[in-house]
Design a binder for this molecule. Structure first.
Ligand code: GSH
Length: 225
């Protein structure tokens, strides 16, 4: 195998010859059970913890201090972010890449639908969450300009209406079956409810969806570790 390669999304370990320190580090990590570098409140890390619990996978958690990151995180993630998942000889990052990997690499409940069309819908929800919803949440949290805040207060209702429409005739986002789409969105909808505690009261379907997922043992366990 090639020496560890940083910046392409995955790091493979060498089995002979010259070794760099990052690869040595990763080699040691690979001996153990899967390991997740995480941060308790990070919605991206919550996605991964939920997916791992849904699959019933035993894993080790390294709780990162994001102001004083571990040597492993600094060496194995090109942007030194959480979540970072170590399994066998791979260091994988980007939450939705990790959750899809976990779903495919381990037995247990399938968290992706069977048809390519439905899988595309799951990924479209994820893209929408990452690129539309998340920046809106950041504006709600951090924006100081009153005009921008007013627009954001309006737009977040529009976004929740999209969720409400999708849930109008089903309990889950894609094909009426719990999937990575629900896992990827849930921690971010949770963030909105923490900023605006009553916001889901006017979105009854979304509210039921939210409560349904909050009751799942995968979320409860994700909050434990
Ligand atoms: N696109 C990444 C985002 C991960 C991310 O932004 N994580 C934050 C915590 S929620 C982080 O590690 N921040 C530390 C930093 O940027 O230095 C993913 O989906 O995993």
């Amino acid at each position: 195998m090639e020496p560890i390669s940083r910046g392409i999304g995955m790091a493979e370990l060498p089995d002979s010859g010259m070794r760099d320190p990052a690869a040595e580090l990763s080699l040691n990590l690979s001996m153990a059970q899967p390991k997740l570098f995480s941060y308790r409140r990070c919605p991206y890390a919550i996605r991964v913890r939920m997916a791992l619990h849904e699959k019933g996978i035993e894993f080790q958690v390294v709780e990162e201090d994001l102001k004083n990151k571990s040597a492993e995180l600094l060496s194995l993630h090109p942007e030194s972010r959480v979540p970072l998942f170590i399994h066998d000889d791979l260091a994988i990052y980007e939450s939705s890449v990790i959750t899809e990997y976990v779903n495919e690499a381990f037995p247990g409940t399938n968290l992706m639908p069977s048809s390519p069309q439905a899988r595309a819908k799951v990924r479209l929800w994820t893209v929408w969450c990452n690129h539309i919803l998340k920046p809106e949440i950041d504006r709600l949290k951090y924006e100081k300009n009153e005009d921008v805040i007013a627009k954001s207060n309006h737009d977040v209702l529009k976004h929740l209406q999209k969720l409400e429409d999708a849930l109008s005739e089903s309990d889950y986002l894609v094909e009426n079956s719990f999937s990575l789409a629900d896992i990827h969105l849930f921690p971010f909808i949770r963030q909105i409810t923490r900023i605006k505690p009553d916001i889901l009261t006017s979105f009854s379907k979304s509210n039921s969806w939210f409560e349904r997922i909050r009751e799942r043992s995968s979320f409860k366990k994700a909050m434990e570790k």
